[in-house]
Design a protein around this ligand. Sequence first.
Ligand code: CTP
Ligand code: CA
Length: 229
Amino acid sequence: IAPRAAAQDLAGLRVVVSAGGTREHLDPVRFLGNRSSGLMGWALARAAVLRGAEVDLVAANVTLPAPPGTTVHPVTSTADLAAAMAERTASADLVVMAAAPADFTPTARSDTKIKKAGDGGLHIDLVQTTDVLAALVRHRSDPRQVLIGFAAETPTADSPLLELGRAKLARKGCDVLVLNEVGEHKAFGRPDNEIVLLTAEGADGPHTGSKDLLAHLIWDTGLAQRSHR
Ligand code: CTP
Ligand code: CA
């Protein structure tokens, strides 16, 4: 990690990192959410600061203290995240979507707390949220801007991890896809992870280690993509 910090190879570059998990409110006290803690996004922000970047952190419901040297922009829902990313990324050199956005949102939000009706159940209608990363790819105005996404996957024998990752890279159209397996005891909320870095050139990994170490590998890969342009 120390040689990369000394290299200052992100000096003069603006980076935007999204982190955490979005929440879609059902009523004033309830939401749909996920287990993302923000640790990976925070590690990416710290690593970028060490390497000399100007860092904007768009944070969805992260309870960690702001990393020194960064500007944190708090958001709640996927729609908020989409708006904040559209605003912050226009002049960014590298963007990492480490956040776990909710894919679905309730069609309606109740102004009052939803009450039980007798002993009946509850049906909630959901619609898909905007795909923030796909929108960033579509609206990219600076051809040198590098867009990095994550893929959170639960592979099976029929759908192996690499196959799921390659399909997602093709679907998203980003420059780098950081592939990781998620589960009850994997990735979310942990200080370490195992990742594979997917680009048009192929698959690099698996790399295992602290999220701080992996963050540096992700920036290395992003910078390598930038040097191709
Ligand atoms: N992402 C996004 N906007 C969404 C959903 C996901 O920008 N509404 C981003 C994530 O931040 C991540 C990448 O897209 O960088 C992949 O997220 P993931 O949940 O793995 O994939 P999805 O495209 O949502 O597909 P699915 O969950 O169905 O596998
Ligand atoms: Ca998703």
